[in-house]
Design a protein around this ligand. Structure first.
Ligand code: FAD
Length: 454
């Protein structure tokens, strides 16, 4: 008997309930379907996914089968080719994935093949953390409290006996994309576990103090691995529960961040419309700018030429590495929404196009948090000042100097204010494209108007 394991973003062998279930059903045929509807996933993410698939292929002794087309047709076709009795998946929760999986299940059903969902990319499945009244949570803190109480599932052991089935044609992987994907850092399950263990040994202790500092290597850098399912949050949480590590302030903060990831997935599950529209209606009449002159400003933002050093450093880090530090994601997002007065989906799209960890739920709700339209949003009137944020969180200027070569000649925190130094513009760094204080006032005026009319 053959069981298909239809891989989407769950590219590991350990702690993988769908793989365990497939292995119990027969020889496992790992299948990836190149869905043309997802072609717009963003170059960084697509390339990183390809590299992750290559790592999976190596780990499964070359068993991976890749086919292009609509999964509704392709999965049923491969199932028929190999006479599979079941197709196993880790359940997905974005609006597109949920409706796709329903259609695939119906099409398989016609052939008497079942689509079996085993596990999810989350420690607790979205949609299952509910209030006493059976409704979803709209605010993070009570969600996180209830979520923690449900964290009881231990990691899944690797299948006791695992046989790969490899007798069907595969379109193969794109070697160029794989290589590009590898440029975003180490790839695959082994690399993810190594990164995690290094963070446990070297980073967790100071995580609470260092996580806001883009100049330090103070965070886990697991987001890209988590995005592609190379490591599961259940594994992380179980490791933290062992011994006394989990009681430290660093561990508590880290678990909170994992909870944010789970919260946003839960919000998206309950409110699929929040993927690309304001979650809360209060700012429905907010005036945003568009048009040609704004387009030029937005281009400067996209390319890291705003003249605000921390913003430019972040935007360049994104373009060059497919990742940006969380604090800088907040500052750059705030700059687009509140200094340039641009509606958040424009920025969310750009991030998804370039982040190797780009995730619809975390990204778009992160944007809504900054824009003041999301769940427990930072209030709209809290406008990040890109200069003081730089001086506070990159106190010696190392982060800016790393990403903005035109400012490398300025020492220490001088990089955050080139306008104060005679030599500040000696290497063609651009002048600020807007006056922050003026745009802050403008943002607050627009906010008052929107509040007044909603
Ligand atoms: P760590 O600090 O080590 O955190 C550990 C893990 O917790 C992360 O890997 C991530 O899975 C989760 N996490 C941490 N912070 C958050 C958060 N604020 N929201 C949700 N999950 C979090 N994260 C993504 O994974 N994909 C995105 O597309 C994404 N877009 C964002 C856009 C904006 C505007 C903002 C403000 C945040 C965004 N985040 C996103 C959240 C956060 O910035 C990244 O998860 C984090 O920077 C990844 O680095 P790390 O793995 O070293 O994080």
């Amino acid at each position: 008997r053959t069981a298909i394991l239809w891989l989407r973003r769950d590219l590991r062998v350990g702690d993988h309930p769908a793989l365990v279930a497939a292995a119990e059903d027969g020889a496992v045929l790992p299948l990836f379907v190149r869905d043309p509807r997802l072609a717009r996933a963003g170059e960084a993410r697509s390339a990183r996914l390809e590299a992750s698939l290559a790592a999976w292929d190596a780990a499964s002794d070359g068993a991976l089968v890749v086919r292009a087309g609509d999964p509704v047709a392709v999965v049923a076709q491969v199932a028929a080719e190999v006479g599979a009795g079941s197709v196993h998946v880790s359940r997905e929760f974005t609006p597109h994935a949920s409706s796709r999986d329903n259609r695939v299940a119906r099409s398989l059903d016609q052939y008497g093949v079942s689509l079996v969902a085993g596990g999810t990319p989350y420690a607790v499945a979205p949609g299952t953390v509910l209030t006493g009244g059976g409704t979803s949570y709209r605010v993070f803190t009570p969600f996180a409290r209830a979520w923690r109480e449900q964290l009881i599932e231990p990691p899944f052991a690797r299948p006791a006996s695992l046989r790969w089935r490899r007798t069907v044609d595969s379109d193969g992987l794109d070697a160029g994309l794989v290589e590009r994907g590898r440029s975003f850092g180490p790839v695959g399950e082994e690399a993810a576990l190594e990164q995690w263990h290094r963070f446990l040994d070297e980073g967790l202790h100071d995580y609470a103090d260092h996580r806001d500092r883009p100049d330090l290597d103070g965070t886990s850098r697991l987001s890209i691995h988590l995005k592609h399912g190379e490591i599961h949050p259940r594994t992380l949480l179980a490791d933290l529960r062992r011994g006394r590590r989990g009681q430290t302030e660093g561990a508590r903060r880290f678990i909170d961040e994992i909870a944010w990831r789970e919260f946003y997935a839960d919000v998206l599950w309950h409110r699929p419309d929040s993927a690309w529209g304001d979650l809360r209606g209060e700012l429905a009449t907010m005036r945003y700018d568009g048009g040609r002159s704004t387009e030029e400003l937005v281009d400067a933002w996209r390319e890291g030429r705003t003249g605000f050093p921390l913003v430019d450093a972040g935007m360049r880090q994104l373009l060059e590495t497919g990742w940006m530090h969380n604090r800088v994601r907040m500052v750059t997002a705030s700059f687009l929404v509140k200094d340039l007065h641009v509606w958040w989906p424009v920025g969310a799209r750009h991030f998804l196009d370039h982040l190797a960890d780009g995730d619809l739920a975390s990204n778009n709700h992160g944007w809504q948090w900054v824009a003041g339209t999301g769940t427990d949003a930072s209030p709209y009137f809290r406008v990040f000042n890109p200069v003081s944020q730089g001086k506070r969180f990159d106190p010696d200027g190392d982060y800016v100097r790393r990403w903005v070569p035109e400012l490398r000649h300025l020492p220490g925190s001088a990089v955050h204010e080139p306008w104060r130094h005679d030599e500040g513009y000696a290497h063609d760094y651009p002048k600020p494209i807007v006056d922050h204080d003026e745009e802050r006032r403008e943002a607050l005026d627009r906010y008052q108007q929107a509040r007044g009319t909603s």
